[in-house]
Ligand binder design. Structure first.
Ligand code: ASP
Ligand code: MG
Length: 421
């Protein structure tokens, strides 16, 4: 026996249940947890690339498939997983029961494709636990009050797990994936990247939003709001993972906890804009209307009543964003629009920054010593992001990793590519 008995939510991502053999291994892992005396609620994603494959099939039939039907389609992936996992558990003599999202009580709003959870009524889950069953719940899905099936957005199974853990007051929510935990930076880029023992919700939220794909940002938000203790660990080994919680223990001299990067970034500059009130509102209002998210915005000096400004968007939105700006030309006189797409946004994140002035200055210094120019900057209380040319990514991350004392030979990277979202 291993400590006190606890109620666990264990979430397994698509690659962890990617084939029958892996499914079998996951079943064994759950059985082990039960043998330690714990109660288990398990959330699973669709096997491997199932969700992507289903989307591909739909698109072959219809370039613009209705969102309602897509939800009907995509939710089948997780249903297959829960049924097979329960069948596997029965096969090794365990009493398990599988539930769809709606059976488990996930009530959502009506936004097909990215629904929000309004309420969880986990009556059946709790009753099954009373019967000492292992409960397997389909991730990523719910139902509206009208009985329409919805999905929570790509990668939404993390959110299912965390939300369920909150609703049934689980002691821990373990996210099993194909990496060992949260790393100080991407181990594929920096050899000396190391696994963090702990990280705070706020830091994790920044990292998740900045492109660290291990955890879904919405799940982290949920965990913070409901104070759900998260553990991110590998489903392929028994190494200790990373604990995500309110106050992470700060290591001596560590001001920056992690370095993230995002290659999905492009910069648009609008040059020679008439400097009249309301210009920014017009541009960014229109972009918002077209669902183009804008990240960093910089306006430079005004000359001859003309201003230049630049902003970043996701690279995948670049074409659409430029179209929107071109459409505005009639009502918004400007000289020229330019764009750059060979960029990357590098960010340092650390709760320790709040009490350490000069962290940003140090970052600029490190980057400039490498002879790289910074195109744009944005900051929050616990993060600094710089946009640079993507060719310099590796050098810069390596230099920052060393400069902020993150190097250590402690732990090598184990595991394959990240879970696909
Ligand atoms: N299967 C869904 C997806 O691929 C949900 C998940 O994996 O979390 O997005
Ligand atoms: Mg998936």
């Amino acid at each position: 026996m291993n400590g006190t008995l606890s109620l666990y939510v264990m979430k397994f991502g698509g690659s962890s249940v990617g084939d029958i053999e892996r499914m079998q291994r996951v079943a064994g892992r759950i059985a082990d947890k039960q043998d330690e005396g714990h109660r288990c609620v398990v959330v699973v994603s669709a096997m491997g690339d199932t969700t992507d494959d289903l989307i591909d099939q739909a698109k072959q039939l219809n370039a613009l498939p209705p969102a309602r039907e897509m939800d009907m389609l995509m939710t089948t992936g997780e249903q297959i997983s829960v049924a097979l996992l329960s069948i596997a558990l029965h096969g090794i003599g365990r009493n398990a029961v599988s539930y769809t999202g709606w059976q488990a009580g996930f009530r959502t709003d009506e936004t097909h494709g990215r629904a929000r959870i309004n309420e969880i009524v986990p009556r059946r889950v709790l009753e099954a636990l009373e019967r000492e069953q292992i409960v397997i719940v389909a991730g990523f899905q719910g139902m509206t009050l009208d009985g329409e099936i919805t999905t929570l957005g790509r990668g939404g199974s993390d959110t299912t797990a965390v939300a369920l853990a909150g609703a049934i007051k689980a002691d821990v929510c373990e996210i099993y994936t194909d990496v060992d935990g949260i790393y100080s930076t991407d181990p594929r880029i920096v050899k000396k990247a190391r696994k963090l023992k702990e990280i705070s919700y706020d830091e994790m939220l920044e990292l998740a939003n900045l492109g660290a794909a291990v955890l879904h940002p919405r799940a982290v938000e949920y965990a913070k709001r409901h104070q759900v203790k998260l553990v991110v660990r590998s489903s392929f080994n028994h190494n200790e993972g990373t604990v995500v919680k309110e106050e992470a223990r700060m290591e001596q001299g560590v001001v920056v906890s992690g370095i993230a990067y995002d290659k999905n970034v492009a910069r648009i500059s609008i040059l020679g804009v008439q400097d009249v009130p309301g210009v920014l509102a017009q541009v960014f209002g229109k972009l918002a209307e077209e669902s183009v998210d804008v990240d960093i915005i910089v306006q430079s000096g005004v000359q001859n009543e003309q201003a230049d400004f630049s902003f970043t968007v996701a690279l995948s939105d670049l074409a659409r964003a430029k179209e929107v700006i071109e459409q505005l030309h009639a009502s918004l006189p400007y000289r020229e629009v330019t764009s750059e797409d060979n960029l990357v946004k590098v960010s340092i994140v650390g709760a320790g920054m709040v009490s350490h002035p000069g962290v940003a200055a140090q970052m600029f210094d490190v980057i400039s010593k490498e002879g790289v120019s910074i195109k744009m900057v944005s900051t929050s209380e616990i993060k600094v992001s710089c946009v640079i040319e993507s060719g310099n990514l590796q050098t810069i991350i390596q230099a920052l990793h060393t400069a902020y004392n993150l190097d250590s030979a402690e732990q090598a990277f184990v595991g394959g590519p990240k879970d696909r979202r």
